[in-house]
Design a protein around this ligand. Structure first.
Ligand code: PBG
Ligand code: ZN
Length: 316
């Protein structure tokens, strides 16, 4: 068969509109730019850089971008996460003013905003062990989501994994006049070593302990389906799985069992591995990039969050 024939019968195709580009917005001078060592090509950016990336995303016809915020000030209650003048809120207003047609999604979590880097409010129990206090954390996540909605977010993406947060956020959005604003939930999020480079990029490495109490054990599959079911019942519009390449079976099972769209996050470590091997000449970087994205699509994801989004769109 020639390429003429192969394209005629190819079952899976990838479009720029399937891709969402993650961006790291820093509360700093608008010209601020800082490379992330473990993620060649990815930078922490001040407002100018963010706007440039948004323009590129529009030109490449990407599905959209997702914003992560890096605040100047972190505290126990993640106050900058829901401050009207916070880094995400100000960046959102400006990007939506400049590029109203661009889909701008926002990550809703507290770990970039807490001084300890955990995804919620923490307390010590009687044994001195730390514990993330679920309901107090959900309260703050709701405030964060509403402030994103008010600043113009097109898609609310809770990544914290607290119990009951999707229902609480949905209810609050509905009550505040945002009943048609969709939620993309990080529903099945494995406790993975592949988030390492992101935590440097987002400056959210926990200063003690880890996230195993609220992220999924890598050995489980049924649990992922239960979490998806729960989030859909609570009102999620799109469910997300992460990491992507190590969860292709999960993506497929969700695709077959539920009728909602599935998203997959090709996380920082997945990106870094391909970049590193590519830079060393050990693999053909462009080829493996496209192969990984197409495999994620083939598994059943219709949306892929990827640091390769712009590079991949250029090849399409
Ligand atoms: C924040 C969040 C993380 C990622 C997305 N949102 C970090 C984590 O869970 O530790 C990971 C993304 C990546 O590695 O690229 N809760
Ligand atoms: Zn978090």
């Amino acid at each position: 068969m020639t390429e003429r024939h192969r394209r005629l019968v190819r079952e899976t195709s990838l479009e720029p509109s399937n891709l969402i580009l993650p961006l790291f917005a820093v509360e700093a001078d608008e010209h601020f730019k800082k490379a992330i060592d473990a993620m060649p090509g990815v930078q922490q950016l001040g407002l100018n850089g963010i706007l440039k990336q948004c323009e590129a995303a529009l030109e490449a016809d990407l599905g959209g971008v997702i914003l992560f915020g890096i605040p100047k000030h972190k505290d126990e209650f993640a106050s900058q996460a829901y401050n009207e003048e916070g880094i995400i809120q100000t960046t959102l207003r400006e990007t939506k003013r400049r590029f109203p047609e661009l889909l701008v999604a926002t990550d809703v979590c507290l770990c970039e905003y807490t001084e300890h880097g955990h995804c919620g409010v923490i307390e010590r129990d009687n044994n001195g062990d730390i514990e993330i206090v679920n309901d107090k954390s959900v309260e703050l996540l709701v405030r964060e989501a509403i402030s994103h909605a008010e600043a113009g977010s097109d898609l609310i993406c809770p990544s914290d994994m607290m119990d009951g947060r999707i229902g609480a956020i949905r209810e609050a959005l509905d009550a505040s006049g945002f009943s048609s604003l969709p939620i993309m939930s990080y529903s099945a999020k494995y406790a993975s070593g592949l988030y390492g480079p992101f935590r440097d990029a987002a400056e959210s490495t926990p200063s003690f302990g880890d996230r195993r109490s609220h992220q999924m054990d890598v050995g489980n599959t049924d649990e992922a389906l239960r979490l998806v079911q729960r989030d859909l019942d609570e009102g999620a519009d799109i469910v997300m799985v992460k990491p992507a390449i190590s969860s292709l079976d999960i993506i497929r099972r969700i695709r077959e069992q539920f009728l909602s769209p599935v998203a997959a996050y090709q996380v920082s470590g997945e990106y870094s591995m391909i970049k590193a091997a590519g830079k060393n000449g050990w693999i053909d970087e462009d080829r493996v990039m496209m192969e990984s994205l197409l495999s994620i699509k083939r598994a059943g994801a219709s949306i892929i969050l990827s640091y390769f989004a712009l590079e991949a769109a250029k090849q399409l």
